[in-house]
Design a protein around this ligand. Sequence first.
Ligand SMILES: Cc1cc2nc3c(=O)[nH]c(=O)nc-3n(C[C@H](O)[C@H](O)[C@H](O)COP(=O)(O)OP(=O)(O)OC[C@H]3O[C@@H](n4cnc5c(N)ncnc54)[C@H](O)[C@@H]3O)c2cc1C
Length: 505
Amino acid sequence: MIREKITAAIGKQVGAWDVVIIGGGATGVGCAVDAATRGFSVLLLEQQDFGKGTSSRSTKLVHGGVRYLRKGDIPLVREALRERGVLRKNAPDLVSEQPFLIPCYGVLDKLFYGIGMKIYDWLSGRYAFTRSRIVSRREALEIAPMVVTEGLSGGVIYYDGRFDDTRLLVGLVQTAASHGAVLLNYARVTGITKDAAGRAKGVSFIDTESGTELAVSARSVINATGVFTDPVRKMTSHAAKPILKFAQGVHIVVDGRFLGSQTSIMIPKTSDGRVLFCIPWHGNTLIGTTDTQVESAELEPRALASEIEFLIENASRYLSIGPTIDDVLSVFAGIRPLIANAGNEKTSSISRSHDIFVDAAGLVTVTGGKWTTYRRMAEDAVDKAIMVGGLDELRCVTNNVQILNDVRPNGGRRLHPDLVHTEEDVVRAVRTEMARTVEDVLARRTRALFINARAAMEMAPTVAGIIATELEFDDEWVRRQIDEFSKLARGYLVRSDDVPRSDAD
Ligand SMILES: Cc1cc2nc3c(=O)[nH]c(=O)nc-3n(C[C@H](O)[C@H](O)[C@H](O)COP(=O)(O)OP(=O)(O)OC[C@H]3O[C@@H](n4cnc5c(N)ncnc54)[C@H](O)[C@@H]3O)c2cc1C
């Protein structure tokens, strides 16, 4: 997957591409896998790096959504539980079963969550994971010794899926490419071209590395741009009404000792009535998330101080040693693309289901949804693209497509004493995973920036040097990369240079 070869392949395409996809997150790359495995010619264009948007900032759960069960959104839970099973079958190296403890502080709680999780088990049908069970106080403490003991009556253990979002994305990119799709990062779509009848017939884009402007023609165009859906819809019609609302979600990463277990904790009711997860992640503990309505979409959203406080406060009510702000190793924010209903519904109440929109020009937009349901979203979008573009009616096969990924640990010298990543990881990221920058390597091929931002900053010069050698970039590139990465990484520190951030940042 060398970028130069791929760019050359774009020029070699004779005639129109069957499907051009805009956006290289879970949804877009899922569409690329779907369309390529049906036998279509596919080009995917991502404005920055694969997973730069929301798809690198999830809670890392392949799940039906216990929260949606409580809200009674049974069709969504059932669909997501099915997709959870399909994904584990097709990507067994990347998706694993994860036990969760719901700590209970009263007999009624135990009964309520015990019955709830039995319904969850039952809804998963033939794609079931290990069944849930009610556990005693003693067993709950054996499983999760750091949970607050006062008033603890026991708990409920249930199972869901766990994954590393960007590692799965890299696997999906490689899978799509292995089936003939061409996927290009650092390629920003700037316009959608139309024929005389006003139908979308291609896209124009900029290769942002070289500044070269290019245009390709397509029989169908899919808009899978997550929170940037509305600006892309405006490329075919200035009058297009916005269809999305945005909700920011923040996670913090603290040392693994705060959870002290390989079992996650699901906090069933936070102070704002949501659920909160404490999950073992790369040796640390991932705590999230929040739901804050925001007005605009950004590629690099920033956590509010109030969101960080909320996470610390709510986790500390359930963990016997609660983390403090000084314990936060990294903080990251993501924005959910939510399909807005009429009225002023709170973002936390908006359904996480997906939808497909086709406008007068025939642009197919797929949005909403969850990482877990990306395969189903892609199937629906490509079905629609076939109809709109008059393509051969080839059937979706992704229920049974194995997702590739090289999960073998690399050898070589470690880049930092606190993290497992090695020099060979960087080389592999550049040679086989299309990483182009220090950020690509440290944020999305390894997860260093998300696991421990300060360590990632310290690794940056070595990483820049290795990339420059691989791609024959000069010293000026190295200097700029270190500088740009340091600026970015400061946003993942709770206290940059010990200056506490404020909501007004
Ligand atoms: C805090 C949080 C936690 C979550 N946790 C979970 C979870 O645990 N499990 C789960 O199943 N789901 C979870 N989700 C939901 C899930 O992460 C999202 O539904 C999913 O990642 C959306 O993917 P996407 O591809 O639609 O959007 P994105 O990942 O944002 O991808 C869109 C891409 O389009 C690109 N783009 C935009 N404009 C252009 C252009 N003009 N040209 C080219 N490219 C363009 C962007 O750069 C971006 O990379 C979570 C979401 C959030 C915010």
